[in-house]
Write a new protein. Structure first.
Length: 493
């Protein structure tokens, strides 16, 4: 059954004089903010978020001498669906798709220049149309199977399981969802293939992308070579230095890799440059954004293209032990691999969802990328989410030994899951990740990416607390060949 049913809310707006709000623009700002986050999503008092509650980087609204009232009706002529909803354990309502504003609760949205609005609207409509197109779905499924190499194994990590047994012989059972076995060595190709196909349907011949660890850049360059598309990759100069192997791979595949020297020359700055390019060349260019961040529809669209991870995990768990996983663990930078795994299980309240961020030198050091742990609400790269920022709302530069987690924001749906309490988010330091990098290599003969190593490192903290026989699935999001050059500087082997 196709989940994308053609229906949409239609908004009617009535403007009337309101002298009270003309005198007090803050009243107007508060009402608009509350309306945006709650119009289609029933929320409790605890979830009502007027703009006065924003910690920093608050939205500013112009003063209008008007009152806005809205009604919601169904327009069956459109392909855009009303959001699906499910209830979580605490009684909160969780949307499986964002509302008509592209928001999960108050997070997400489209905070972009007017130049990009048409492109985003076109992209959203095309996504829903192709999601209901059987020929497109068959073509995508065929490429994922024969070119990418899906499905990826759900591997029982026998020696890792043995490592976490307690003195009485009890402990959890550790499984690895082997996304590192995809073509190009990470989960990123799932989204890149699908968006490249979508770009072809839109008639766009030029592709741009940002990359941090280089895995999304390699995946994008790969699919552009496969489909004969021009490819430009933006990458921070610092990341190019620590991920030189992936830079060579991208260039070998025919991509132009443009170094970004602004800011800290890392992922945030590469994303900013890619958006600038897109604004300038929007008519000919498609931006393959690599994470569940950015303006709507990217967070939802990228999640859907990665949702195959969770769907396969459910199927494989049923085959292997006749049930579901008890605990899911994934690293979180922007959050695409985590959301790809989590989404399938969001309404399974008995499945624990754990995201692991980069604590860098420590949460109190000021040198970390633990956005959900230490961040505040603001707007970056077209969406509202938790961000690392100072008291003035300026972005604080993140740090992580892992280039793919070195980002000061996070996908808006992760922010929403955090606030609802449906997912929990923890952090791992550089040193802890390096130890896991070495430990898993030696116990399982699989070298993990440094991003993945953060999720694997959290096993040290969570496994002693889990009952005997608990089924734990870690999303093994990428392989570590690209990180050997970095690890050499820190590890004595």
């Amino acid at each position: 059954q196709n989940p994308y049913k053609p229906s949409t809310p239609s908004i009617s707006i009535q403007l009337t004089e309101n002298k009270e709000e003309e005198k007090n623009p803050n009243l107007m700002a508060s009402s608009i903010s509350t309306f945006n986050s709650s119009m289609l999503l029933p929320i409790s008092k605890e979830q009502n978020y007027p703009s006065s509650n924003f910690h920093s980087n608050s939205l500013k609204f112009a003063s209008f001498p008007s009152k806005i009232s809205c009604s919601v009706t169904r327009d069956t002529s459109s392909v855009l669906p009303l959001q699906d909803q499910t209830k979580v354990e605490n009684g909160s309502v969780l949307p499986l798709r964002p509302d008509s504003f592209g928001r999960f609760g108050k997070y997400g949205g489209k905070y972009v220049p007017e130049t990009l609005m048409h492109a985003l609207t076109e992209l959203e409509a095309s996504f829903y149309s192709l999601a209901a197109d059987e020929d497109f779905q068959k073509e995508l499924a065929g490429i994922l199977k024969d070119y990418v190499g899906r499905e990826t194994p759900l591997y029982f990590a026998e020696r890792l399981t043995e490592h976490y047994k307690r003195s009485n012989g009890e402990g959890p059972l550790i499984y690895l969802k082997r996304e590192d076995l995809n073509h190009t060595g990470a989960h990123k190709i799932n989204n890149a293939v699908a968006q490249a196909l979508l770009a072809k349907k839109l008639g766009k011949k030029r592709i741009i992308a940002e990359t941090g660890a280089g895995q999304h850049g390699v995946a994008t360059a790969t699919v552009c070579a496969r489909f004969g598309l021009e490819c430009i990759i933006y990458m921070g100069a610092q990341d190019m230095e620590r991920q030189s192997l992936n830079v060579f791979r991208m260039r070998l595949l025919g991509a132009e890799v443009r170094p970004v020297h602004s800011g800290t020359a890392t992922l945030k700055d590469a994303t900013s440059e890619a958006i600038r390019d897109w604004v300038t060349n929007v008519e000919t260019t498609h931006y393959i954004l690599g994470s569940v961040a950015g303006p709507h529809p990217y967070p939802m669209m990228v999640r859907e293209f990665h949702a195959v991870i969770g769907k396969e995990t459910r199927k494989q768990a049923l085959e292997k032990w006749g049930g579901k996983p008890d605990v899911l663990i994934a690293c979180v930078g922007g959050g695409s691999n985590a959301m790809g795994l989590f989404h399938e299980f969001v309404d399974d309240n008995d499945v624990r969802l754990i995201g692991v961020e980069a604590a860098g030198f420590g949460l109190d050091s000021g040198k970390h990328a633990a956005t959900l742990t230490k961040g505040e609400i603001g707007v970056l790269h077209g969406a509202m989410s938790y961000l690392l920022q100072d008291a003035d709302g300026q972005i604080v530069e993140p740090h992580s030994i892992s280039a793919g987690l070195d980002y000061p924001g996070v996908g808006p749906e992760h922010s929403f899951l955090k606030d609802l309490g449906r997912a929990e988010y923890h952090s791992i330091t550089d040193d802890e990740a390096l130890e896991a990098f070495k430990r898993v290599s030696r116990l399982e003969g699989i070298i993990p990416a440094l991003e993945t190593s953060h999720a694997l490192a959290y096993l040290e903290k969570v496994c002693p607390t889990l009952p005997n026989g608990t089924k734990v699935v870690v999303n093994f999001s990428g392989r570590g060949d690209k990180d050997v050059h970095t690890a050499i500087k820190y590890l004595k082997v």
